[in-house]
Write a protein that binds this ligand. Structure first.
Ligand code: GLU
Length: 304
């Protein structure tokens, strides 16, 4: 497996086409598109890693799997009255469907849906407490108290996040918002700026690979059923309108972020984090997808 991870990084380095780093969040535009890292955490807790696997990046939309788990823990299935579970077939920050579907976002991973999820967590807390809750959840999952929020990236998105602001106000106009729009947006921008390395992210994602527990024989963080259901939404919606292509090429549940991070889970086998900042046309990591495609093919880990 060490060999498979190392080979994946070697091949990634040879690829000329790197994709484009996200520039709509100015702080993300500064990241070097040559970076590439991978980390694989197994059921026994061992982590195998290669490349820029210890370098920090914000996780952006990968944070949406953690907030979804938290929100389901807080409000349970009532969450599904406010957000759907269907693939959107449109861009991550699209507003179009919201009008047709009366302010109910298609799924928790498009931005509108993730804003609703964060809004539901916030209903029980002040913004600072909600953020502390999200941070301590992720730290506990990864068993790593050093995980933090990149304030510069959060600030950068706060200054330029007009599209998310528009989505949030639009949701509020349909009555699908419980808190002050600025409060929910503030928590959302900061959760997206959670900063992690591939090693930390692969460890934080273990509970989704191992039926809600952080490893074989460990206590459950969420129920087995809930972990399976979150993974189901990852495979159908985790890569926005590129989700079908990702399932076809890679074949495991995964969630991407515009920083070029992807968290993938191989049920009962491993959680994998890859990072490479250049994105494809759907806003998913170009090289990250190729790395996952290669390593999962080599290890024969597709769920299909
Ligand atoms: N913070 C980003 C946004 O809301 C996350 C999008 C993503 O990673 O797909 O635009």
């Amino acid at each position: 497996m060490e060999l498979a991870a190392a080979r994946t990084i070697e091949r990634a380095a040879e690829l000329q086409e790197r994709g484009n780093v996200a520039s709509y969040i100015p702080e993300l535009a500064k990241v070097d598109p040559q970076k590439a890292g991978i980390a694989i955490t197994l059921a026994n807790g061992a982590t195998i890693s290669a490349g820029d696997c210890d370098e920090q990046s914000t996780i952006q939309s990968v944070s949406k799997v953690f907030t979804l788990a938290l929100a389901l823990g807080t409000v349970g299935d009532r969450l599904w009255n406010r957000v759907g579970r269907e693939p959107s077939g449109s861009a991550f920050d699209s507003i179009l469907q919201l009008e047709h579907e009366n302010g109910i976002p298609r799924n928790p991973f498009v931005n509108a849906g993730a804003l609703v999820v964060t809004d539901s967590i916030l209903s029980n807390y002040q913004p600072k407490e909600a953020l502390a809750e999200i941070l301590s959840f992720v730290r506990a999952l990864a068993d790593d108290e050093t995980i933090h929020i990149d304030k510069a990236v959060a600030q950068s998105e706060t200054e330029t996040g007009h599209r998310n602001r528009a989505l949030a106000h639009y949701l509020a106009s349909y009555g699908n918002f419980n808190n002050q729009v600025d409060h929910t947006l503030g928590v959302y921008f900061h959760q997206c700026a959670l900063s992690m390395s591939c090693v930390q992210l692969s460890r934080a994602g273990r509970f989704l690979a191992f039926g809600g527990a952080i490893g074989a024989g460990e206590a459950r963080i969420v129920s087995h059923r809930r972990a399976k259901r979150i993974a189901a939404i990852m495979i159908t919606c985790g890569h926005y309108d590129g989700s079908g292509d990702f399932a076809y090429r890679v074949g495991v549940p995964a969630k991407s972020g515009v920083s070029g991070m992807i968290l993938a889970v191989v049920p009962n086998v491993a959680s994998i984090a890859v990072w490479s900042p250049g994105l494809n046309k759907n806003g998913n990591s170009l090289i990250g997808t190729q790395m996952l495609e290669q390593v999962i093919r080599e290890l024969d880990w597709s769920i299909f």
